[in-house]
Structures are given as C-alpha cells and as structure tokens.
Design a protein around this ligand. Structure first.
Ligand SMILES: Nc1nc2c(c(=O)[nH]1)N[C@H]1C(S)=C(S)[C@@H](COP(=O)(O)OP(=O)(O)OC[C@H]3O[C@@H](n4cnc5c(=O)[nH]c(N)nc54)[C@H](O)[C@@H]3O)O[C@H]1N2
Ligand SMILES: Nc1nc2c(c(=O)[nH]1)N[C@H]1C(S)=C(S)[C@@H](COP(=O)(O)OP(=O)(O)OC[C@H]3O[C@@H](n4cnc5c(=O)[nH]c(N)nc54)[C@H](O)[C@@H]3O)O[C@H]1N2
Ligand SMILES: [Mo]
Length: 779
C-alpha cells in the first residue's frame, strides 16, 4: 500500500490518487429523501455532461417501452400503462449523464498521459475524462497506451488465448451491465475455448442470496413481482438495503404500498434517509406537502446481527404458536410443501434470548413487537441487499429469512416472498444466460445440443479464486467485459499485483478506470457502445434484452449516435473474437449481424425463453417462470422447500476494535464516483470519512473531525487505509461505516462468506487510530 507520512490525509490508495482530499463538510443525517433536490441534482448532472438536447433525448426515453433500460440498478418497471413521462430517478439520471457525456478520452489523451501518471489519479478523475473512443494497446514495456486497429487487437487477443498451455489459464470476468445477448455470447466463447472461468460481479454481490435460495427453495432468484409490492403485501421488511440511494424508484413502489395500508419495517445499523419520509417528485404532496412516511418500525440492528434477529423472530413465532395454537404458523403449508420443520423447531426452542440480544444489538421486547407486526400480516415480503450478503454467515442468514417466510406460508402467493434486490441493471440476466462458473449440467447439455461441441464440466473460478490464480501465476489472460475488477474486488494491493502477473489484460469498457492501469505485460482497451447508444449492424438497427430483479425480461434500444465512430457493440466485439479464434464454426458472424439469431439460440438453450423474439417485442416484455412463485413447486434436492437449522452467529470485534461495513454514497455507482457528496448522510465534498457512534468516539479519545487511520485485523496480518475524518453518527455501538472502494484495501482476500465465497466487505474487524501514529513511531 502506498504510504505517505508527510501527507497527513494520506494518498487515495485504492483510487490511486495522491492529492490530499479537502475537508468534507458534515451536517448529519437527513430524515427524508428525494423531493425537489433530486430533480435539481438530476438536471445539474445532465446539463453538465450532456447539454440540453441530449438530456431530453435520453431522459424521456429511459425505461420506456421503446426506449433503453436504465443502466443503473436492477429495479423493475411499472407495467407499460402506468409509466410516467419521466420514468427515472436521480441516480439513473446521473448514470445516463455519465455514459452519454460529451467528453472524450481519445488517442491524444493517451499520448499526453503516461500509465504512471494516470495511476496517480483517483477513480473519479479517471472516469470524469469522458468516453473511450478507439481501441488502445499497451505494448510490453511501453509507458503509454497507443492506438491499435480492431483487427489487430482481436488477433492479438486470439493469439494469446490460443498460445496458453491450458484454456483454464484464461479468466472471463463480467460486470452486470452487459446485455443478455452479449452475456450469452461471452459464456459461449469461454466454454468453446474450454473453460468455465466466468467470474462476475455477482460473486461479490448476491451470490450469497443465490446460494441460500437455491438450497432452500430450488431457485436462486427472488420470487416476488412488482405488483406483489405495490398491490398485495401487508408487510414489507427491508433489511440491509439502502433504497433511497441504490434503488430510488423502489420508493415510489413502497409509497404505493403504504397508501393502501401496508406496513414497512426497516432493519439497518444506519437510519438511512430513504427509509424515512419520501417526497415523491411526481406528486404535489411529495413536492410541497409532507410526503409519505415509509418505515413504521426501524430496527437499529448491529452490523452482522441479522441472523440473530431472524432467529429471534422465528423463535417468537414458535412461542406464539405454543401460546395460541394455529395463530402463528401455517401448518398446512409446512406439511404440504416443506421438510425439515422438526429439526428447525427444536433448534429455535433451544435458543438463548440473551445471546440473540447481544448478537443482534436489539432487545427481546423489540423483536417480539416486531413478531406482533408479523402476526397481523397475511402476506409478507422480505427485501434485502448487500447489508446481508457480504458477511461470513451471509448464506445462513438468508436461509434463516427463508425459514421466517416458510413458517407462515409466505412464498407462492400474492404479496409474499423473498426479494433479494439486485444491483447492476442486468446482473440477474447475465446469470440466467450462463455467466456463472458453476452452471449445472442441464444447461451445458443444452449448449452442447445447440452448438455441437461439449462444454467443459469442471467448475471454473469465481472472482476471489481468479485473484488467487493470477497471484499464483496460474492465469495468463484476463478479460473484463465491463466493470472495474481492480477496485471492486477485495485486498486492492494483492489484486493489483495479481493483475500485473498476467501476460495479457483486456478490458471492454466505456470509460477509463483503475483496472485499465493495473495491466498485465501487455494490455488492450476495447471501447464499446453503452445502453444509450444506437447499435447498427449488418441487418439493421439492433436492440438488446435485459432481466430485472423481478425476472421481467424486456428490450432496450439506445437512441443516441455512438460516442465515436470506432465504438463497437459488446456483441460485435465478442463475436469477432470468436471468429478470430475459431473461424465461423458456431455462426459468430450471423449472430453479430442480427441479434435475433442469438435470441433464437437462447430460446433453445435457456429455460423460460420460448417464443423469445415475439414475446420480448411486446410492450413491457415478459416474466420468466419461477416455480416457487408460480405454483409452489420447489425444485430442490428433495422436491420440497427446506426449513434449515442455522445456529445464529455474529462477528464479534475484540475489545478496542470495531466492525466496519463498507457502503455506497449517494454520489457513486459502485466504483464510479460521480461526485464527492453524500447528501442523505450529510456529507459534502469528501469521501474519506468514517461514521462512528459518538460514544465510541469518546471511548477512543477522538473528536468529530479528527483525522484517523483504519487498520484491519486478520489472521494473515494487518492492512491500513490512512487519513479518514471521524464523523459522529447514530450507528449502534461498535459499528463503523465507510465508503467503498477506498476501503477495499482493508478486506483480506481470504475473508469470504461460507459457501458463496463472497468477500466479507460488510463486516471487517478494524482498529481506529489517530492519523499518523505509525508515522510518529517510525521517526
Ligand atoms: N446509486 C447507486 N445505485 C446502486 C449502486 C450504487 O453504487 N449506486 N450499486 C448497485 C449495486 S451493484 C448493488 S449490489 C446495490 C447495492 O445496494 P445496497 O445494498 O442498498 O447498497 P450498500 O451501500 O452496499 O448498502 C447496504 C445497506 O446495508 C446497511 N448495512 C450494512 N451492514 C449491515 C448489516 O450488517 N445488517 C443490516 N441489516 N444492514 C447493514 C448499510 O447501512 C446500507 O444501508 O445497489 C445498486 N444500485
Ligand atoms: N468494499 C466493497 N466492495 C464491493 C462492494 C461493497 O459493497 N463493498 N460491492 C460489490 C458489488 S455488490 C459489486 S456488483 C461489485 C461491482 O463491480 P464491477 O461491476 O466490476 O464495478 P463497476 O464499478 O460497476 O464498473 C464500472 C465500470 O464499468 C464500465 N462500464 C460502464 N458501463 C458499461 C457498459 O455498458 N459496458 C461495458 N463493457 N463497460 C461498462 C466502465 O468502464 C466503468 O468504469 O463491487 C463489489 N465490491
Ligand atoms: Mo452489486
């Protein structure tokens, strides 16, 4: 880790910058979200990046049936009859402005800036420079990227891939913005080459949800629909999710639910503004009136305390059933559809309330009050996101949530079910298309039957194992289809060094980021079209398809002229690479020329896609089948939904230590930092802040605004992130929160969730020290 004792604020390690960050202004958390500020912010970004004409052209076609799918989060759309003229949120507007910017990073830019110089810049600066415009090549030993033709770039990639001793020495990473068509083609390319090494951002995201849901209900996705939330649920529990920032259009759906009488419970260590009062900018009541109070009950759970919370809730339901048989459990459902009840019940009876209270940080009384809300609700949805998935016990926690739902039959009827709210706009679709290092044989058999080659069966490497492979010299070629591998992954220093071990790194991207500067011996930068742009191929203008978090598949068609005449679509780049590698053996050319050809293959290979072309052309698209939702069929190993035994655990920080969760600010999309504010948490002009309980500050003999260093403690050693401002905040005792990716340096590569191997980026044991203590010691 770069360290600079003479610079008190420290360099921006993870982001690669060396500029000291200005002091942020701190004004404390706000209690309500959206409103007029959100409109102002949307317009400010749009006008600055795109100007008036492009702003109108993009914002008014976003999320419309004949427009493009918002490239930001995976939240679903209302049905076509209920869409507003402006069907977007502030953060969607920022994402679009960021992509459709008029700024350009061209060959002259790369001639001017060496790699070494660019590595000193932070991620915000790099992406702010604008859209990549033409393929660039970094020759072995070169100091600057230089232009290369598409033909030569793809020939070079093919040469490297062909030259490997083993196809498993290649890694095909995918970020979740990729379309279904590009994702399908990409997994085909990797498998045709002979590897299942398809690590993706999902490995760091909802992998824990997929693992828990597949085991317990047989399908690794949520089972609710848009209407379940807006029209049917009596109670919506939102755990470990910050919808005000990360899924802002969800607030509109929650408001609709509230207006027909649904209740909302939120469990979160932070009192996030989006869980408080919502000022819907589409209504007068929202703009100038009081808005709508969303959460009726707020549970300030301690970091990683959710498993204990849900175990406690389940125990409370069992107690209630004992007191009044037939009042709390749905025995008909359990008998008919579930197995494992007896063992699970015995485990709940044996629970010790005092341990539940310590682990969750919540009183028994509060949990029992919550159970009383549960008993009043006929149909319950549990929504969750990264606050649950990125812990060591994440999979077990989500299994316990499934238990909670199954006990009262809350799966497979209107207004009920598990709802892992997905992150990237097409991350769920990418998985459906086969972007997974562990695709089941049934899928691989279909690929074989459709394309006439036998895909490899051995499981490939996920994200963490890919880093290990590169670190250990077991990988030659890394290809990134979008994303920012170097910054999004844990253990930044280790990961950056691992990437440098590759013979070739290739990034298919829209904008310059840190990963493009953490290159192998040789490196390629291949610029692609974004969602907003027109995609013209030999057979005419193309559209692509995506799947949202509610399993709705629909089309997306860009309208803007491409940012440069040299840009190629992701589909075209992958198809051309396929052709460079294998000739036209699988019909790469035809797939490139007409995406309907890809969709026909998808129809034959992926379940649920019959009449794909026809159904996806209908306004609003179509919903994929999910057995548990549609017919209470549970394709698990026993054919039943499984109640499981999950003895509650929680990470406990040793005395003098805290648990750190790394989160997103309101002005970022993952590693893309749009700006330095976090309006809802009252931060302006800086990202190197750490939120701490005021009593913890006091115990640490710190004051608000003090400069501190964060030191993570892991069996393999300590890691440091220096130069953060301490901010007093209403977080539970012992809990600290700071932004990702600046804190990824602190996450040990080996610290991952059981079963899912997801990095534990929401529970990092840290020490907080006054800044510079180490520098003082070394003098
Ligand atoms: N604007 C914007 N939108 C986004 C993204 C973005 O970066 N910016 N990213 C997209 C992606 S890929 C994803 S995966 C989603 C992420 O969406 P979220 O998961 O909502 O995002 P995070 O910022 O990671 O926030 C997690 C929330 O969990 C809480 N939390 C932390 N630890 C715990 C815990 O132990 N228990 C509980 N109960 N809560 C906890 C935090 O306080 C925070 O409110 O958003 C997607 N949408
Ligand atoms: N500490 C910590 N680490 C985390 C998390 C956390 O909560 N805490 N969250 C994790 C999660 S949930 C996720 S999903 C990952 C995200 O990991 P990634 O998906 O790898 O990262 P992003 O920041 O979303 O990627 C941004 C880059 O994608 C490229 N891009 C944007 N649009 C397009 C496009 O249309 N096509 C192509 N080809 N490229 C495009 C741009 O070059 C941009 O720089 O990070 C994970 N890392
Ligand atoms: Mo994510």
């Amino acid at each position: 880790m770069a360290e600079n004792p003479t610079n008190p604020t420290g360099p921006h390690e993870a982001a690669g910058g060396s500029e000291p960050e200005p002091n942020p202004k701190v004004s404390g958390p706000v209690k309500s979200s959206v409103g007029i500020h959100a409109i102002e912010e949307s317009m400010r970004y749009s006008m600055a990046e795109m100007g008036p004409k492009r702003s109108l052209q993009t914002l008014l076609t976003m999320n419309h049936v004949d427009g493009f799918d918002c490239p930001s989060c995976a939240w679903g759309d209302p049905d076509p009859d209920h869409r507003k003229m402006a069907e977007f949120c502030e953060n969607g507007a920022k994402a679009v402005a960021w992509e459709a910017t008029r700024k350009r990073v061209d060959a002259a830019f790369f001639a001017e800036h060496s790699i070494a110089e660019l590595r000193e810049r932070d991620g915000h600066w790099l992406e702010s420079q604008g859209r990549l415009t033409q393929p660039m090549h970094l020759a072995p030993g070169a100091t600057h990227y230089a232009p290369i033709s598409w033909h030569d770039a793809l020939a070079l990639t093919a040469e490297h891939l062909r030259g490997m001793a083993d196809p498993n020495r290649a890694l095909f990473y995918t970020s979740g913005r990729t379309s279904n068509e590009a994702a399908f083609l990409y997994q085909l390319l990797a498998r045709r080459l002979g590897t299942n090494n398809l690590p993706d951002c999902s490995n760091m995201c909802h992998e824990s949800s997929g693992a828990a849901l597949t085991e317990t209900i047989g399908v690794g996705k949520g089972t609710v629909t848009f209407d379940d939330i807006t029209d049917h649920a009596d109670l919506i529990i939102i755990v470990g999710q910050n919808p005000g920032t990360c899924h802002p259009r969800m607030l509109t759906a929650l408001e609709q639910a509230k207006q027909r009488g649904a209740r909302i419970i939120a469990a979160n260590p932070l009192p996030e503004a989006g869980l408080g009062r919502f000022h819907n900018p589409q209504t007068a009541r929202g703009l100038v009136g009081p808005g709508t109070k969303l959460a009726d009950r707020y549970l300030p759970v301690r970091i990683n305390g959710d498993m204990a919370l849900f175990a406690g809730l389940n125990r409370a339901l069992i107690d209630r059933e004992d007191a009044q048989p037939g009042s709390a459990l749905d025995h008909d459902f359990i008998d008919r559809y579930c197995d494992g009840f007896q063992a699970a019940e015995a485990a709940w009876r044996a629970l010790d309330w005092s341990r539940i209270e310590t682990m969750s940080g919540l009183s028994r009384r509060l949990i029992e009050n919550c159970a009383a809300d549960v008993l009043k609700a006929d149909s319950i949805i549990v929504c969750w996101a990264m606050g649950l998935t990125q812990h060591r016990n994440a999979v077990a926690t989500i299994r316990e949530i499934v238990n909670f739902l199954l006990l009262r039959g809350n799966i497979g009827r209107p207004g009920a079910g598990p709802a892992p709210i997905r992150g990237h706009s097409n991350v769920q679709g990418d998985r459906t298309m086969g972007i997974w290092e562990q695709m089941p044989d049934a899928f691989l058999d279909k690929v074989r039957d459709e394309f006439g080659f036998d895909p490899p069966r051995a499981h490939g490497l996920d994200t963490v194992d890919s880093i290990r492979a590169m670190r250990d010299g077991k990988a030659d070629v890394f290809i990134g289809l979008g994303g920012n591998f170097a910054s999004a992954t844990p253990d930044t220093e280790v990961t950056e060094a691992a990437l440098a071990n590759c013979a070739l790194t290739v990034n298919i991207a829209t904008k310059l980021n840190r990963s493009h500067l953490c290159h192998g011996t040789e490196s390629l930068l291949l610029p692609c079209l974004g969602r907003t742009e027109r995609d013209l191929q030999a057979s005419g203008e193309q559209f692509v398809t995506v799947e949202d978090t509610m399993a709705m598949v629909h089309s997306s068609r860009g309208r803007l002229l491409p940012g440069s005449p040299h840009l190629r679509s992701e589909v075209a780049i992958i198809a051309d690479l396929g052709q460079a590698l294998f000739g036209d053996d699988l019909g790469w050319r035809a797939m490139r020329d007409d995406y309907a050809v890809i969709r026909r293959h998808i129809e034959h290979v992926v379940p649920g896609f019959h009449a794909f072309e026809q159904r996806v052309r209908q306004p609003g698209g179509f919903m994929l089948p999910r057995g548990p939702h549609d017919s209470r069929t549970f394709p698990t190993s026993t054919g039943k939904a499984r109640l499981t035994v999950n003895p509650p655990t929680a990470v406990v920080a040793p005395p003098g230590h805290l648990l750190l969760a790394t989160v997103r600010s309101h002005d970022q999309f993952n590693t893309t930092v749009y700006g330095l504010d976090d309006r809802y948490r009252g931060i302006k002009g800086g990202r190197r802040v750490v939120f701490l309980n005021k009593d913890d500050l006091c115990d640490l003999h710190l004051h608000e605004g003090d400069l501190v260093d964060l030191i993570s403690v892991h069996p393999d050693g300590e890691r440091r992130a220096d130069g953060f401002r301490a901010v007093g905040y209403p977080a539970p005792r012992g809990c600290a929160v700071a932004y990702y990716p600046e804190t990824n340096v602190l996450v040990a590569l080996d610290s991952t969730a059981e079963t899912s191997n997801t990095p534990t980026t929401k529970s990092i044991v840290i020490r907080v020290e006054p800044a510079g203590r180490r520098a003082d010691l070394s003098v």
